[in-house]
Design a protein around this ligand. Structure first.
Ligand SMILES: [Zn+2]
Length: 310
């Protein structure tokens, strides 16, 4: 296991010259690291195709309970991109910028501009490459295109949701070869269930599968709770890319499609109040970097989002 020790200087300033666009504009990315926060840890549970009104106590009791009784930011009005496919939305979640910048407007990922707007993993690794980062996904274009080699571990072999769950569980239990301080996962089969049977709290196949993902999320959260009890400082996220209506999610004017769920939970930190702030896909990356005490001048001038932490 890699351990990161810092001497007791509250802020360590690193200056990294951005090389990738040197031929165009030699912009220096100034990265600062808060040594009191850089050892923090993150788990992001990504659920494809979660329609907001399916988040109910009798369907997803764990998520409901966490949103009601725990110290968290939760909204079922999380704003998705104006093109409500998966490609644009996972891209915005991971890069912290909207479609007009990352340029992913469908699931082909043609014309993507990740070179200029890389994922939050890029900035974490740039701040401290000793941080272990991983992304385990069912929908492999996320790792193949959006993340590529940004995380230490981002396999592109095809696996199902249960295998995603098992792999992440083993990583968190330290019973895998892979270690992760910052871990993203994506479950895809709720979306598939919606496309086959309908995205609706009235559709039994859809709600049954949402309930299964709720129990996977609960089991992973309980492992985090144990690790928190052992002194680690974890933040927990659940986010989706879009909702659905009927068996599709293409109509971006439909609130059952253009809104979804977003939850961020930490035992002590103060979140923005969901009465007064509605999150968007661009907010996840800045929240993660903020939590980890990583500040990048390049990211901050690019991002369209803001941290949901106060
Ligand atoms: Zn999707």
């Amino acid at each position: 296991m890699k351990k990161i020790f810092f001497i007791s200087i509250p802020l360590i300033l690193l200056v990294v010259t951005c090389s990738k666009d040197d031929s165009i504009s030699p912009v220096e990315d100034i990265i600062t690291i808060d040594s009191l926060k850089i050892n923090r840890k993150v788990l992001v549970v990504g659920i494809d195709g979660f329609r907001s009104d399916a988040m109910q106590e009798n369907i997803t009791p764990f998520i409901h309970n966490l949103s009601q009784t725990s110290n968290s930011y939760y909204t079922d009005k999380h704003i998705v991109e104006s093109i409500t496919y998966s490609g644009p939305n996972w891209s915005s979640i991971l890069t912290g910028v909207h479609m007009d910048k990352h340029n992913v407007t469908d699931n082909s990922f043609d014309n993507s501009n990740y070179n200029e707007y890389p994922s939050f993993f890029h900035y974490i690794e740039k701040a401290n490459s000793d941080i272990n980062t991983a992304s385990i996904v069912n929908w492999t274009p996320i790792n193949a295109y959006t993340l590529s080699t940004d995380p230490d571990f981002s396999p592109t072999n095809s696996i199902n949701d249960f295998e995603v769950f098992e792999h992440v569980k083993n990583i968190l239990l330290n019973s895998s070869d892979i270690e992760a301080d910052v871990l993203f996962l994506q479950f895809d089969e709720l979306d598939g269930t919606g496309h086959t049977y309908g995205f609706s709290p009235e559709v039994e196949e859809y709600t049954n599968y949402a309930n299964i993902l709720d129990s996977y999320s609960e089991e992973l959260f309980n492992i985090l709770k144990n690790r928190r009890a052992n002194g680690e400082d974890w933040m927990f996220f659940i986010v989706s890319d879009h909702g659905g209506e009927g068996t599709a999610h293409g109509d971006s004017s439909d609130p059952n499609i253009n809104q979804t769920i977003f939850l961020a939970q930490h035992p002590e930190l103060i979140f923005k109040a969901n009465c007064c702030y509605t999150s968007s896909q661009a907010d996840i990356a800045p929240t993660i970097l903020n939590f980890l005490g990583i500040s990048s001048s390049e990211f901050e001038s690019n991002t369209d989002g803001s941290s949901v932490l106060e």
